[in-house]
Write a protein that binds this ligand. Structure first.
Ligand SMILES: *Cc1c(COP(=O)(O)O)cnc(C)c1O
Length: 385
């Protein structure tokens, strides 16, 4: 009878209205109906990226879009900086290495963000950096890197492009691509955009297009220039994920109905604060400090004395609450509470309350109700404003 309560940092639950919107007949991607859908959808997505530039739609996971950003801008042997603060930053390193870029890796301990000062010191001795790659929201640790500040440093210290992986936060975190000076911003469908997997979005600045035009992208399917020329006609080079584009159109409509994107961002900020307060009230440690904490995923350490694997299995089997485990060396030490996209303060209260039930089952020493009360207090305070 119970449905699984999916609280992963992707894939994430899909709103009923979005599911219904996708339950439509397919039409040809060369039809006037498609052109209209495509053009309308792109216009609706732009505020979520904070851009007036073209946004390209790839029929792919987020990784292919990251690969497209890399292979279209940098050639083998050229120098890049990759900032990595966790597992997804490391994937960006792997993509760059795969294509033979000369990678300078700015690596931070898991749970920390990269600061403007650190990036400045790292960039200063370097001369020929073609691009700086960074993860906006590190999904493995729940860290939101300060992209606005880092973008400014990149501009001041280099001529490099700034290429940002926004896969696990665009749609839930603030994004001002144009104002911040981000050159390529990438995201995927199945995280904060509350769609099924299979669609990715890439926005490219004028500066980046100039670089792309000079670069002989050694990829046929991921050739962004080709996407751009088809986008001028309201189409994509090959068959797009038509169904997901219906869904994306509906997602944008839902975000408008929430009161605009700023409201959606505020809801994510509120959920972050609710989760963090609840864990503090339960004396459960968080991996990160509040300063750079992600609005879409919170990394929570294993409650003292509890075998985490057993706890997560119990939560899922007994209470149908499905959290994601830790990645890399943090596996077994922490878990990840996804609160993005189709997730509301009421869902956070539900999850915290079920967590308390499981904590009780594991004889964890705490004051029953303390976590829910703390989260609820944050919620009530926000409602009073
Ligand atoms: C999920 C994720 C990806 C990979 O996206 P896929 O759709 O699985 O290819 C890349 N970067 C970040 C930050 C992610 O969270």
């Amino acid at each position: 009878m119970y449905e699984n309560i999916l609280r992963h940092p992707g894939p994430t639950p899909i709103p009923k209205k979005v599911q219904l919107a996708m339950n439509r007949d397919i039409f040809s991607h060369r039809s006037t109906e498609f052109v209209e859908l495509y053009r309308e959808t792109i216009e609706l997505v732009k505020p979520i990226f904070g851009t007036k530039q073209e946004i390209l739609l790839l029929p792919s996971g987020g990784t292919a879009a990251l690969e497209a950003a890399a292979v279209n801008t940098v050639a083998a042997g050229e120098e890049v900086v990759v900032i990595t603060v966790g597992a997804f930053g490391d994937y960006f390193v792997s993509i760059c290495e795969q294509y033979g870029f000369h990678v300078h890796k700015l690596e931070k301990q898991w749970g920390q963000a990269c600061t403007a000062q650190e990036l400045r010191e790292f960039l200063q001795p370097l001369q020929h950096i073609k691009a700086v790659f960074i993860t906006y929201n590190e999904t493995s640790t729940g860290i939101l890197n300060p992209i606005a500040e880092l973008a400014q440093v990149v501009r001041e210290e280099s001529d490099a492009l700034l290429i940002v992986d926004g896969v696990s936060c665009i749609g839930g975190a603030p994004a001002e691509m144009d104002a911040w000076g981000v050159d390529i911003l990438v995201t995927g469908s199945q995280k904060a955009l509350m769609l099924p997997p299979g669609l990715s979005l890439v926005s490219v600045s004028e500066r980046a297009w100039q670089v792309i035009e000079e670069n002989q992208a050694p990829s046929y399917y991921l050739n962004l220039a080709s996407y751009r020329s088809w986008a001028e006609k309201g189409m994509t080079p090959n068959t797009p994920a038509i169904t997901l584009i219906y869904g994306l159109h509906e997602v944008c409509t839902l975000i408008e109905a929430e009161g605009g994107f700023a409201k959606t961002v505020a809801r994510h900020e509120l959920m972050k604060n609710m989760v963090r307060s609840a864990m503090k009230a339960l004396n459960i440690d968080l991996l990160t400090t509040d300063e750079y904490a992600s609005p879409t995923i919170t990394a929570i350490m294993a409650p003292a004395g509890i075998a985490l694997g057993d706890f997560l299995t119990h939560l899922k089997q007994q209470y149908h609450l499905d959290f994601a485990g830790g990645l890399g060396h943090l596996q077994g030490q922490m878990f990840r509470f996804g609160h993005m996209g189709y997730c509301f303060p009421s869902d956070v209260l539900q999850a915290v309350s079920l967590m308390e039930a499981a904590l009780q089952d594991f004889s964890y020493d705490f004051e029953p109700g303390a976590g829910v009360r703390a989260a609820h207090e944050v919620f009530l305070t926000a409602q009073r404003k």
